[in-house]
Design a protein around this ligand. Structure first.
Ligand code: COA
Length: 255
């Protein structure tokens, strides 16, 4: 049982908190497993109507824990990371995220599976997969172009540079920008409003909005997952991850 993910349920809302601030809420396999379990429990529990993901007002998540990923690369579709990704993509009830500070890699791509996203004005979204010798995950290669349009998606996914809360609001990734000290409370208040609505209508409305995409999303995730897993073992990713550990710039001139 990891303390790096906290989960509690109150007034019909399950709140899942990334709680590893000293490591910038980077996500280990144990944390993916805990979030997948919390989602599964929330889906099955009739008392839960809404799930909120939140981090800290200074950091949402630095994405995959790089050391953990290198030591224990995800193996197969039952691995914790894939259980989590399938869990958020197929979650039947409303999902809300409160995002402050950096949201790197999966910290951003998971938001494309949330129904409502509230950001602190310090939120910085980035998907630096190319800079890490990898490729997109979480069906982001499908969902980012759909939401941002191809050229802005190419900028986000090929350049991998951060974009801030206001830009995310403009492209529709974020519903509202608030002061960082208010983001978690604002998301919680919105969740309580949703939790007071009829759950059957919430679930059916979400199902109808998502059904046209569900198969495509699952296929894209599977294809991305196979490429991502292969690329993790290739020289470009090894160089990027070693450079991160050694706190230097990666040298891709030979890969
Ligand atoms: N995996 C493992 N450890 C990480 C991490 C990650 N993705 N991101 C941050 N950390 C650790 C650092 O190693 C450092 O640990 P230490 O205190 O033991 O040295 C600690 O968290 C603080 O990180 P630091 O980089 O000093 O914080 P910062 O405020 O200067 O920068 C980020 C914050 C998020 C911008 C920066 O940490 C970053 O870019 N992280 C990597 C993001 C990434 O590439 N993720 C992979 C996506 S697949």
């Amino acid at each position: 049982m990891t303390q790096d993910i906290l989960s509690h349920t109150e007034a019909g809302v399950t709140t899942i908190t990334l709680n590893r601030v000293d490591k910038k809420n980077s996500i280990t396999a144990a944390m993916y497993g805990a979030m997948a379990d919390a989602l599964q429990a929330a889906a099955a529990d009739a008392a839960v109507r809404v799930v909120v993901f939140q981090g800290h007002e200074t950091i949402f998540s630095a994405g995959n824990d790089i050391g953990d990923f290198l030591n224990k690369p995800p193996a197969g579709k039952d691995s914790p990371v894939f259980r989590f990704l399938h869990g958020i993509a197929a979650f039947p009830k409303p999902l809300i995220a409160a995002v402050c500070g950096p949201a790197v890699g999966v910290g951003t791509t998971m938001l494309f599976h949330c129904d409502l996203v509230y950001a602190g004005d310090n939120a910085a979204f980035s998907m630096p997969f190319v800079n890490l010798g990898l490729c997109p995950e979480a069906a982001s290669s499908l969902l980012v172009p759909q939401m941002l349009g191809y050229h802005r998606a190419a900028e986000a996914l090929l350049m991998g540079e951060p974009f801030m809360a206001e830009a995310a609001l403009e492209v529709g990734l974020v519903n509202r920008v608030v002061p960082p000290t208010e983001a978690n409370a604002y998301a919680q208040a919105q969740a309580r409003k949703l939790a007071a609505k009829p759950i059957s209508s919430l679930v059916e409305t979400k199902r109808l909005m998502k059904k046209g995409q569900a198969t495509l999303v699952a296929q894209q995730m599977a294809e991305e997952g196979a490429s991502f897993g292969r690329m993790l073992g290739e020289p470009a990713a090894k160089e990027a991850f070693t450079a991160f550990m050694e706190r230097r710039k990666p040298d891709f001139s030979k890969v």
